[in-house]
Design a protein around this ligand. Structure first.
Ligand code: 13P
Length: 389
């Protein structure tokens, strides 16, 4: 199951001076195309889901397929929430299976950005999940992705970048040095001096948004200056769209499946081209050797409920499921009653955590403490609790 820790993955890229592609996906064709390319090029890859695209798909449903694709891959994969807009969406994305999150408060003032980002970092680090923040603003110019990012560019400054990283504790920083979301108009001009200074001051993996449309030399220079994650979407969307238009132009009564035929392959070709340009091809084996696998924890309790009949125990489990499911890092809560009437323990909880760090953060979370102290422990003195990897 090469779903791996994203911090380890980007640390490897940072040290070995290449960039991992974070490809935004909006449907299964994108997911299949990205994975096909990563497997073919033997490259680590980040499957990225942008909150700004949530109107295009059902996030929970697409996450189930995304996680499955990562688990069955033979190359290292991380799953990232792109442009997360709030603490609540970061919590939800971790519940659905993201193991990296971006908090995008770049449109706010510096102080507000720090305060929102810090809150997300505290929550996510308690779940073992690394966080990308953004400082400065990367606007959009033209195309689907551009519409989501109105306004003017604000360049990242070196002084603010150092303060932002030390005050928030983000693991990766998205910088604004001249790229734009969507299609470029004219020759993009990038401020490599600024990027070089930020890289020297921070020494953490840097991220470029608006990866579409740069020259080979520009990609190379980005990577030489500390960029280790490049976000890429518009070119994939445009290639897929062009394929659909070409299918439509063949005439005849084309149905949905005929119109979209071949889109996976054109997306895969474009992803592979970028993977090779950014130097991540053939790194899969080495990355797997250097990355912790991303493994959930099963927090299992078997118990007897003193003084509660079957209906009372059911009610407690329903209430507990509601409360505990909302705690950050909890992916699912299962409850059950023994099938054998003479079982030594009558009831069970199985709480799935996204990462071993959650064992501690869950234990001390106020909702867990209140439920356990007031409801569960008084009746469940006879119990066994074990955490399984
Ligand atoms: P492009 O759409 O310009 O490739 O940018 C993608 C991006 O930055 C997503 O976060």
């Amino acid at each position: 199951m090469p779903l791996v820790n994203m911090k380890d993955m980007l640390a490897h890229a940072h040290k070995n001076r290449y960039a991992v592609g974070a490809f935004d996906l909006v449907n299964l064709d994108f997911l299949q195309g990205i994975m096909q390319a990563a497997e073919k090029a033997r490259a680590p890859v980040i499957l990225s889901l942008a909150e700004s695209h949530f109107e295009y798909f059902d996030f929970e449903l697409i996450m189930a397929a995304t996680e499955k694709a990562a688990m069955r891959a033979r190359v290292p994969v991380a799953i990232h929430l792109d442009h997360g807009a709030s603490l609540a969406s970061a919590v939800q994305s971790i519940r659905f299976g993201c193991n990296g999150v971006m908090v995008d408060a770049s449109h706010l003032s510096f102080d507000e950005n720090v305060s929102v980002s810090r809150e997300v970092v505290q929550m996510a680090h308690g779940c073992g999940v690394p966080v990308e923040g953004e400082l400065g603003y990367v606007p959009g110019v033209e195309g689907e992705d551009a519409e989501k990012h109105p306004g003017d560019i604000q360049y990242t400054t070196v002084e603010q970048a150092s303060d932002y990283v030390s005050e928030t504790g983000v693991d990766f920083l998205a910088v604004s040095i001249g790229t734009v979301h969507g299609r470029m108009k004219g020759e993009p001009v990038l401020d490599f001096d600024r990027l070089g200074e930020i890289n020297a001051a921070l020494g953490i993996p840097l991220v470029i948004h608006g990866g579409t449309g740069l020259s080979e030399a520009q990609y190379r220079q980005l990577i030489e200056n500390g960029v280790t994650k490049i976000n890429y979407y518009t070119a994939l969307s445009d290639k897929g769209g062009a394929k659909i238009m070409a299918n439509a132009a063949t005439g005849g009564k084309l149905g949905y499946a005929h119109l979209t035929q071949g889109t996976v392959d054109v997306i895969a070709e474009e992803v592979e081209r970028m993977i090779r340009l950014w130097g991540s091809a053939d790194k899969a084996g080495d990355v797997l050797d250097h990355c912790a696998l991303w493994k959930p924890v099963e927090h299992l309790i078997i118990y007897n409920a003193e003084g509660l009949d079957e209906a009372g125990a059911d009610e407690m489990m329903r209430e507990g499921t509601r409360i505990l499911s909302g705690i950050p890092g909890v992916r699912a809560v299962f409850t059950g009653s023994a099938i054998q009437p003479d079982a030594a323990y009558r009831y069970t909880w199985l709480v799935r955590f996204c990462h071993p760090m959650v064992i501690e953060s869950y234990k001390h979370h106020p909702d867990h403490v209140a439920f356990a102290d007031n409801y569960f422990r008084p009746v469940a003195g006879d119990r066994i609790s074990i955490d399984y990897s």
